[in-house]
Design a binder for this molecule. Structure first.
Ligand code: F6P
Length: 309
């Protein structure tokens, strides 16, 4: 997100527009926590994870009173257009805000989950996948050395994009994701067959899988497989996936989206997401991005099934 903030600030200044940073997202807008930003305000942040603006979810902005206070703060600073980095929640709020107060917002796609319409990839996804992958590579060494079955839980409350990419890149035997029903008995059956050719396995579980979390799934598989010689382990990667230095791909995507958001706002876009589709900047109305579930690439799921034999 920092690379995106940097691109927004510098593109605005390049275009002769005053730019302000709102701390703590919509909550800061309500409280008037707004500061002028300059080119030097975003120096030395392109390589840093997280966000210098500390944007976060806001309960206040879901109420009409909260949005009215936010509008008053913007007016007090002479702000007449917004750029928001986020996902569904951010853009749902922005759309309402435009309808009620006429303040336009152009959005940049910021979520590690990649589950956003209007862009092929979201800012943070590539970094999260690479962080998880590095961990999986290390776990694989122990799995192979001690003939273990490892269940690695990755983020993805509602979406399996991280799990699928890690599954392919990390050579997982199985990937369990919220988008498809997990048949644990089928997994047990396959693990029995795999025993003939493989002594260890990696199973990637998205945290939102409907069969449960990695611990619950491990217990079921362990009890059903009932092989006293096999050792089962769980690693939950958790929030390490949300931080760290962004990958080159993420920095470039964030910079492109940030610049595109400013250009879009100046060109009169009012409630659009600035994303990158087929390597081209594309503006998609929020209404077409929110509340939808971006489908996984079915070829990716097929790949996992074929490559795990
Ligand atoms: O934005 C969605 C997500 O990345 C989920 O995959 C994950 O469960 C969640 O964020 C974690 O968010 P928090 O740190 O706020 O609990």
């Amino acid at each position: 997100m920092n690379a995106c903030i940097r691109a927004v600030v510098r593109t605005a200044i390049f275009r002769g527009v005053e730019v302000y940073g709102i701390q703590h997202g919509y909550e800061g807008m309500i409280e008037g926590n707004i500061k002028r930003m300059y080119s030097h305000s975003v120096s030395n942040i392109v390589q840093r994870g997280g966000t210098i603006l500390k944007s976060a979810r806001s309960v206040g902005f879901t109420t009409t009173e909260g949005r009215k206070l936010a509008y008053d703060s913007l007016k007090a600073h002479g702000i007449d257009g917004l750029i928001g980095i986020g996902g569904d929640g951010t853009f749902t709020g922005a759309k309402l805000f435009y309808e009620e107060f006429g303040i336009p917002t152009v959005g940049c796609p910021g979520t590690i989950d990649n589950d956003l319409y209007g862009t092929d990839y979201t800012i943070g996804f590539d970094t999260a996948v690479n962080t998880a992958l590095e961990a999986i590579d290390k776990i694989r060494d122990t799995a192979a050395a001690h003939d273990r079955i490892f269940f690695v839980e990755v983020m993805g409350r509602d979406a399996g994009f991280i799990a699928v990419e890690c599954g392919i890149g990390g050579g997982a035997e199985f990937v369990m994701i919220p988008e498809s029903k997990t048949d644990l008995d089928e997994v047990v059956k396959s693990l029995r067959n795999l025993r003939k050719t493989k002594s260890s396995s990696i199973i990637v579980v998205a945290e939102g899988d409907e069969a449960g979390n990695a611990e619950t799934i491990k217990e079921y598989v362990k009890n059903t497989l009932n092989d006293p010689k096999k050792d089962f382990k769980v690693t939950t990667l958790g929030h390490i996936q949300r931080g760290g230095n962004p990958t080159a791909r993420d920095r470039v995507l964030a910079s492109r989206c940030g610049m595109a958001a400013v250009e879009g706002l100046l060109a009169g876009q009012q409630f659009h997401l600035a994303g990158v589709v087929n390597n081209q900047v594309v503006y998609t109305p929020f209404a077409d991005c929110i509340g939808k579930h971006k489908p996984l690439n079915p070829d990716h799921l097929k790949l996992i099934d074929i490559l795990n034999i």
